[in-house]
Write a protein that binds this ligand. Sequence first.
Ligand code: ZN
Length: 367
Amino acid sequence: MSILESGIKNAKNVVNYIFGKDSILQLGSLLHDLRDDRTSYAIYFIDKYFEKNPELLKNLHISDIDLVSYIDTEHEPKTNDIDLLLSKLQQAEKDSPFALIGIGGGSTLDITKAISNLLTNEGKAEDYQGWDLVKNPGIFKIGIPTLSGTGAEATRTCVMTNPKNGLKLGMNSDYTVFDQLILDSNMTATVPRDQYFYTGMDAYIHCIESLAGSYRNAIGDAFSDQTLKLCREVFQGSDMKNDQNREKLMVASYLGGCAIATSYVGVVHPFSAGLSVVLGIHHCLANCIVMSVMGEFYPKETEEFMRFADVQKIKLPRGICQNLSQDQYEKLYQSTVIHEKPLSNALGEGFKEILTPAKVVEIFKRM
Ligand code: ZN
């Protein structure tokens, strides 16, 4: 197999991380050390789920001067959502915090990263969709994941969709990487089983796609191998959500994020993006729906994925792409084949000869 350059010449990982149950208790002293004086404030971006379920957050001891913003993650982040959040901070004169703290799943973490960059770089979110466009280091940012799988805590991007042109692309930059992570597996205890499975499978799918591709590197492969080993231990077991397995999946998510940061995904993510863009299905569920029909591209892995779903008694929605309009099928095709890098990674430069419009629609109809 040919090993091609992944384009990342000098990889950057998260600078500091604290791992372990109850490690969130250390947030207070971290912030204390960073805070200049009594007028300096931090901003918390917290998944809306915790507004109604405050037990997990009662240990945070949020200072009166700090600002808390609850993030609605019903829809995945759009560039104008981020611009709106930024202008609210500017209007409230809360645009020079000493730190940002993101507590939530991939969307909340990505929003934290994007706002951190925009507070020190002029312009709008869409101005920085691409590679290495961010000029200045962002505000110091701390990530505390409450879901495991997307790897958002580890990567140098923050995924967002631009509704004007349908472009789903993040701010790929060394400045997007978190300065500090707190990986506390207590945070994932209350995640519903279905969501826990879908999100965990994102780490699995990133790594099977990466290992099957042509753009590879030895460190990325090592991260992927270990991620898959941990995912197998978690999802083959009878209780995927026990203490030990939640710790393992949190590590798998982080390592999977490191893996994908220096390699590319394959066939699954482009089809999944089609489902997200055209039908509004969340990333991780969309991945699982696609994975169930990937037998011809990833035979062993598809079988293994179906076995995980079976062991964990997870039912996937079926028939979601039957009876759509011609226009919707056309959009599904376009929003899949637009992802040239991953599809070339998986199928070679001539991927459009394999993924003809008829073939792509046939695959969607099998879901
Ligand atoms: Zn993913």
